[in-house]
Design a binder for this molecule. Structure first.
Ligand SMILES: NC(=O)c1ccc[n+]([C@@H]2O[C@H](COP(=O)([O-])OP(=O)(O)OC[C@H]3O[C@@H](n4cnc5c(N)ncnc54)[C@H](OP(=O)(O)O)[C@@H]3O)[C@@H](O)[C@H]2O)c1
Length: 331
């Protein structure tokens, strides 16, 4: 099969596109023909070594795919040849990745795709949306009626945070670039503010008179002095971005309001947590509320180019979807 893979950790140029043997599924696995995969920031972290995880070489890159079941093992009940499915669990933790014509997926990390949803649209949103679910509910303990501040609300994870928080009955206050404020409102944010506004702190305080119950910043800026100041009593900050950020933490105001900070990466989520997120993701996919804003489809052989564009900050939220069917035969 054709695959995008690496033989050593390092820069995007390490990604090769070529022939690898087809993977062999175990009894509790499902063999999936890939229709579409994508590139997330975490894929660049795994490829470069920034996120440490077992990487058996040659290592197929990529975390998410939508595909069609080719064969299901005897210990993979519920899946049959021809089913359209998705996963967001490959390419880390010792599992080979999604950027290949075929992939082996453990049955407990594979979900059916709702009818009528395009593979390219689904693969673009499942990772950000599952991340949002874990951040809001598993780690953020969000309840209906609470106020959530989403910084970076127009990005992939940010838009999913707004969509899922609104769906859960929370009031969302969003920050984003001026050009993206209408988009945040269209997702259901009650208030959307320009993150470059010199009086952002004052406007946020005015928008959250009783304080912020849950604060998430997808930009990775992680201004904890401002975030703690805004927190309501028993407020929570969930850290999920900014791998290299080293912010100042105002300890006194944090503990004197009974507040807390949690960090997480989706890579450590259990298969049960991921399945819980997948249930919500599928419901919102099926009713059309979870959609990518902008998708560009490319052949699988463009994987190295896409990693480079992402690392150079050229994508601005645009999702790159890689489809093996777009690779010319014989390449
Ligand atoms: N912990 C996890 O499990 C997990 C999972 C998935 C992703 N992540 C992380 O989440 C982050 C976001 O990923 P993504 O795919 O959503 O990226 P993205 O689509 O680029 O979104 C980031 C957004 O933040 C905005 N932004 C930049 N500076 C800002 C500021 N000071 N205040 C408010 N907004 C600001 C950007 O706007 P502009 O276009 O104006 O720059 C952009 O819309 C990445 O660091 C990624 O590694 C973590």
């Amino acid at each position: 099969m054709r695959a995008a893979f690496i033989e050593a950790l390092g820069p995007p140029e390490n990604i090769r596109y070529g022939e690898l043997p087809s993977p062999v599924p175990g009894p509790t696995d499902v063999l999936v023909d890939t229709l579409a995969t994508t590139v997330n920031p975490v894929d660049t972290f795994v490829r470069s070594g920034l996120f440490p995880t077992p990487v058996p070489f040659p290592f197929v890159i990529g975390r998410d795919l939508v595909g069609t079941v080719a064969a299901a093992g005897p210990g993979a009940p519920g899946f049959a040849a021809g089913d359209r499915v998705w996963t967001n669990s490959l390419g880390h933790g010792g599992r080979q990745g999604a950027a290949a014509g075929r992939a082996v997926v453990p049955a407990d990390r594979l979900y059916h795709l709702p009818a009528g949803v395009r593979a390219e649209d689904a693969v673009a949103v499942v990772h950000p949306a599952a991340t949002a679910h874990l951040g809001l509910f598993a780690h953020g303990r969000l309840r209906a009626g609470e106020t959530v501040l989403v910084a970076g609300a127009a990005g992939n994870v940010g838009a999913a945070l707004v969509t899922l928080a609104v769906d859960a009955g929370a009031r969302v206050v969003a920050t984003a670039a001026a050009r993206d404020l209408d988009h945040c409102r269209s997702l259901g944010a009650a208030v959307a503010l320009d993150y470059r506004d010199p009086d952002l702190a004052g406007r946020l305080a005015a928008a959250c008179p009783a304080g912020v119950d849950l604060h998430l910043d997808t930009s990775g800026a992680n201004d904890l002095e401002a975030a703690v100041e805004l927190l309501a009593p028993r407020g929570r900050i969930v850290l999920l971005a900014g791998a290299r950020s080293r912010p100042v933490l105002p300890v006194g105001p944090l503990y004197m309001k009974d507040c807390s900070i949690a960090g997480f990466v989706i890579s450590h989520a259990t298969s049960t947590e991921l399945a819980g997120a997948a249930t919500t993701v599928n419901r919102l996919l099926a009713d059309g509320r979870l959609r990518p804003r902008s998708v560009e489809t490319l052949p699988l052989s463009a994987a190295a180019e896409v990693h480079g564009r992402m690392e150079r900050g050229e994508l601005h939220g645009r999702r790159m979807v890689l489809c093996p069917a777009l690779d010319p035969p014989g390449t």
